[in-house]
Design a protein around this ligand. Sequence first.
Ligand code: CA
Length: 253
Amino acid sequence: MMLALNMSNHSAIEQLGTVTNRILVVEDEESIRELLVLGLEEEGYEVVAVADGHTALTQCQAPVPQPQDFPFDLIILDLMLPKVSGLDLCRFLRSQGNHVPILMVSAKTTETDRVLGLEVGADDYISKPFSMRELVARCRALLRRNRLNIAADTPTIVHFQDITLYPEEYRVSVRGLAVNLSPREFRLLELFMQNPRRVWARAQLLDRVWGIDFIGDQKTVDVHIRWLREKLEIDPSQPQYITTVRGFGYRFG
Ligand code: CA
């Protein structure tokens, strides 16, 4: 068994200032389980280790109000386990719509086992004997990939003073009241709010909001800015949100 534990702890440092990832280790062989716990804790992870599939299931079924409150960020799952097998556990979690990253570990090394593990929804597969360094690298990759997915899935609601923009719902509220924006006005405001204080030339706004194929006048921008001010500003003639930058264009905020 190659279980090198003399790893650098740069990843523990890398994790400082971020939320500690919790890993569930499901492994019936005590020596391997202990080495996994030691190695992962040394890397800065919080580890819960269990020895059979049934206990793992209990850990995973603790009632959580929201899917994102699932208690683990990653599961390291042995394939051959007493009571409930790794395959069954994996299959069960996926059937519940649980997308927690799963790294399957097994002494079996045939391609069939690998394929089966991945088919029931495991994200990656590592066979025993493995090096702790490789296992940690794979864990890190899975966690990173998952973080990126979550970030991509989470709609970013944008606030600026009294204005709130909900990109997913295509909705804007100003001083607590809903305002109706045309698609162009919406896109323009979204761009502004995502880049507060940035100065935009009319040509840049045309490119970003209307697209480079747009054939028309830069006055189009001025017209939309006027409409947007009428909907957002308390006094459109004294704009507080969208200000004109003489000789250049516009700025939000
Ligand atoms: Ca086993």
